[in-house]
Ligand binder design. Structure first.
Ligand code: NAD
Ligand code: IPM
Ligand code: MN
Length: 368
C-alpha cells in the first residue's frame, strides 16, 4: 500500500519559513516513528502568481483534490496589494477552500500554562483556556452573489451578499455538535439574528439539528457582538463556538490573542469524507504572511507545527502522535524558549524560527 499523501503549499512571507520547521518535524516522525508520507510541494498565493500569473493553477488545484491532506503556510503581502482582485494571493486560498468544499474550519484556542502570563488579559481569565471555534468556511458573505463594485448614478457601490442555505448551516452545526461530544459537550452558536435574516435562519437550523440529533449536547445562542465581548470578558465559559464565515474570521483572531500570540494558533479545514473515509482536509496556521517580520527568521513556527499535529489527528488517525507533538511544543514553552512574538520586557534574546523548530525536535526526542 502506498503512503498517505501530503501536499505542502508554503506560500508567501513567513509561510516558507515556518513550513521549513514543519518539514523537519515530518522528517522526525518518518525517522523515529516510522510514519511515512508521500510529500510533494507546490506554489500558492503570490509565489504562484509570480511564476504562473495566477495564485493557484488548475494543476495545483487538482493535486490538492487528490491529496490525503494539504498543509498551507500563508499567502499575501504588500507586493501584491495592487493586483487585480481576481488574481490576489488570497483568491488562491479561497479557491482551495471552496473547491475542496472545506465547510468546517476548526480553530482551537488553547492557552498553554507557560504563556498564561503572556496574554493581554489577566492570567486567571485565560489560564487553562481550551475552546474550539468552528467557523463555516465555504459560504456566507465571502462567496454570496450578487457581489462586485458597480456604478449607480455618479458613485460606485460595493456589494457583498450574506447567503446561507439550510443544508450549509446544518452540516457545520453537525461538525460542532460532534466535536462537542468529544470535549465539554457544550455548543454556543453565534449570529446576528436581531438584524439579519440569515442569522434568524442560522439560529433556527442549529436549534433544529440540536433537537433532532444532539439533544444531549448543551446548546446556547448568542449575538455575535455580545459573543465577542464575552470572549474577552470570560472566555472559559465556552467549549465549542459555531459561527459563520465572517464572524468566525474575526472571533478567531480575537481568540488567538487570548492564547498569547497569533503565532500559536493552528487550524484544520475539513470537508466531507473521501472514498477512504478520511475528510478532505487543509491544515494551516490562523496567522497570515506577516510581511513585517518576513525574511528575518523571527516567525513563530508553532501555529504551523500544531497545524501538522491536527493533520496527524484528523487525517491520519495518529491521535497519540499528535498529542506527542502538542506536548513537545508545550514542553519547549515551559522551558522558556520564546520567539520574538512571545517575549516580554526583560526577556533575553529571542529564539529564531529554526531555534524553535530544533527545540521541538529535541523535546520529541525526549518523549521517546
Ligand atoms: P498577519 O497574521 O500576517 O500578521 C498580523 C501580526 O501578527 C503581524 O504583526 C505579524 O508579525 C504577527 N504574526 C503573525 N504570525 C506570526 C508568527 N507566526 N510569528 C510571529 N508573529 C506573527 O496578518 P496581516 O498583517 O493582517 O496580513 C498580512 C497578509 O497576510 C495579508 O496579505 C493578508 O491577506 C494575509 N493573510 C493570510 C492568511 C492566510 O494565508 N491564511 C491569514 C491572514 C492574513
Ligand atoms: C484567514 C484569513 C483569510 C480569511 C484571508 C487571507 C482570505 O484572514 O484564514 O483567517 O479571511 O479567511
Ligand atoms: Mn483571518
Amino acid at each position: 500500500m502506498s503512503n498517505p499523501s501530503l501536499l505542502i503549499l508554503p506560500g508567501d512571507g513567513i509561510g516558507p519559513e515556518v513550513m521549513a520547521e514543519v518539514r523537519k518535524i515530518i522528517g522526525w516522525f518518518d525517522a523515529r516513528r516510522g510514519l511515512k508520507f508521500d510529500v510533494s510541494e507546490d506554489l500558492v498565493g503570490g509565489a504562484a502568481y509570480d511564476v504562473h500569473g495566477t495564485p493557484l493553477t488548475d494543476e495545483t488545484m487538482a493535486k490538492a483534490q487528490e491529496a490525503d491532506a494539504v498543509l498551507l503556510g500563508a499567502v499575501g503581502g504588500p507586493k501584491y496589494d495592487s493586483l487585480d482582485f481576481s488574481v490576489k494571493p488570497e483568491r488562491g486560498l479561497l479557491r482551495l477552500r471552496k473547491e475542496m468544499d472545506l465547510y468546517a474550519n476548526l480553530r482551537p484556542a488553547q492557552c498553554f500554562d507557560a504563556l498564561a502570563d503572556f496574554s493581554s488579559l489577566k492570567k486567571d481569565i485565560v489560564a487553562g483556556l481550551d475552546i474550539m471555534i468552528v467557523r463555516e468556511l465555504t459560504s456566507g458573505i465571502y462567496f454570496g452573489e450578487p457581489r462586485g463594485i458597480i456604478k449607480e448614478g455618479n458613485e460606485r457601490v460595493g456589494i457583498n451578499t450574506q447567503r446561507y442555505t439550510e443544508s450549509e448551516i446544518a452540516r457545520v452545526a453537525r461538525s460542532a455538535f460532534e466535536l462537542a461530544r468529544k470535549r465539554g459537550n457544550k455548543v454556543c452558536s453565534m449570529e446576528k439574528a436581531n438584524v439579519m435574516e440569515s442569522g434568524i435562519l442560522w439560529r433556527d437550523v442549529v436549534q433544529e439539528v440540536h433537537d433532532a440529533e444532539y439533544p444531549d449536547v448543551e446548546l446556547s445562542h448568542m449575538y455575535a457582538d455580545a459573543g465577542a465581548m464575552q470572549l474577552v470578558r470570560a472566555p472559559k465559559q465556552f467549549d465549542v463556538i459555531v459561527t459563520d464565515n465572517l464572524f468566525g474570521d474575526l472571533l478567531s483572531d480575537a481568540a488567538a490573542m487570548l492564547t498569547g500570540s497569533l503565532g500559536m494558533l493552528p487550524s484544520a479545514s475539513l470537508g466531507a469524507p473521501m472514498a477512504n473515509g478520511r475528510p478532505k482536509a487543509l491544515y494551516e496556521p490562523v496567522h497570515g504572511s506577516a510581511p513585517d517580520i518576513a525574511g528575518q527568521g523571527k516567525a513563530n513556527p508553532c501555529a504551523c507545527i500544531l497545524s501538522f499535529a491536527m493533520a496527524l489527528r484528523y487525517s491520519f488517525d495518529q491521535g497519540e502522535e499528535a498529542t506527542r507533538l502538542e506536548r513537545a511544543v508545550e514542553m519547549v514553552l515551559a522551558d522558556g524558549v520564546r520567539t520574538a512574538d512571545l517575549m516580554q520586557a526583560g526577556d533575553t534574546a529571542p529564539a529564531s524560527t529554526s531555534d524553535m523548530g530544533d527545540a521541538v525536535i529535541a523535546a520529541l526526542d525526549a518523549s521517546l
